[in-house]
Design a protein around this ligand. Structure first.
Ligand SMILES: [Fe+2]
Ligand SMILES: [Fe+2]
Length: 284
């Protein structure tokens, strides 16, 4: 018998296999574990097993998962076949699960930038699942990472000045290549227009172009997802994408190296943050 506030009784928590597998990343998992008896419904084809305190619910379960449905909705995919019509109508009406976000992005970004955004969000979410980061944060960071790309260079420069964006070497960037400011503008838009307050997500958005001296797991995931998303046509993109699921740091190193080689071949100025990032990855 467990007590939770004034509620008394035996608590059982039921969830799908994918949620159960991510239990160690939930808030206070050791405390949660003691509060209930934990059950999971096995998904056809799912291989990763949840922690040992989960018991398997007998029977067969459909291949639909709520996590997948939520991310599909956030990515603007059609989920009507997997949802009860009343539920689908309610989600539409109240623009739940990021529907407002994708609608706004689809109208403010060019078609190709919007497609890139969805590709990056999808890859970032998959990489987060692979490497134990929070898939919802990765999806959110992916969706908003290029929100500032709705501006043309001179508009971006004006936005950065008006919003007083704190960008290292801002004056040089404004002079040489204002589009480099878009990551900082995107983080600003994410906070102001979409109400994102999570510093992890905002930092990942901010760092996805220039990088930083130190990169969190989420920073690395977004940086790599942006550099080798499905729509990237660079000759090494597909191989880097595969590598990212095997060795994320090696994939990151390759992405930074490709950027540096490209910049040097154009005799372009290198931002110190990118140089610092490279130095943090290079062997000493
Ligand atoms: Fe970007
Ligand atoms: Fe991007």
């Amino acid at each position: 018998m467990e007590t939770l506030g004034t509620l008394q009784g035996e608590l059982h928590f039921l969830c799908g296999q994918d949620s159960a597998v991510s239990f160690p990343q939930w808030r206070n998992p050791s405390r949660l574990k003691k509060l209930a008896t934990w059950w999971y419904g096995a998904r056809p084809g799912a291989s990763a097993l949840p922690p040992a305190h989960f018991r398997r619910i007998p029977g067969r379960f459909p291949a639909i998962s709520s996590s997948k449905l939520r991310s599909d909705l956030a990515l603007g995919r059609d989920c009507t076949n997997d949802l009860h019509p009343d539920v689908a109508a309610y989600i539409d009406q109240h623009r739940l699960y990021g529907k407002r976000m994708v609608t706004r992005l689809s109208t403010t970004l060019s078609a190709s930038r919007y497609a890139h955004t969805l590709n990056v969000a999808s890859l970032a979410e998959a990489l987060a699942r692979r490497w134990g980061a929070d898939p919802a944060k990765a999806l959110l960071a992916g969706l908003l990472h290029d929100a500032g790309r709705r501006f043309r260079p001179h508009e971006l420069a004006r936005y950065a000045r008006r919003r007083r964006l704190a960008v290292p070497e801002r004056a040089i960037i404004l002079d040489l290549d204002p589009m480099l400011l878009h990551a900082y503008a995107s983080a600003d838009i994410a906070r102001r227009e979409f109400g994102v307050r999570d510093p992890e997500v905002l930092n990942a958005i901010r760092r996805h172009t220039l990088g930083d001296r130190r990169m969190s797991l989420l920073d690395k995931i977004l940086y790599v997802a942006d550099a080798c998303a499905l729509d990237r046509s660079h000759e090494t993109s597909a191989a880097t994408r595969d590598l990212a699921f095997v060795d994320l740091d090696a994939a990151l190193k390759r992405c930074v190296s490709d950027k540096l080689i490209h910049a040097v071949s154009r005799e372009a100025w290198l931002h110190p943050l990118t140089v610092h990032l490279w130095n943090s990855l290079a062997p000493r």
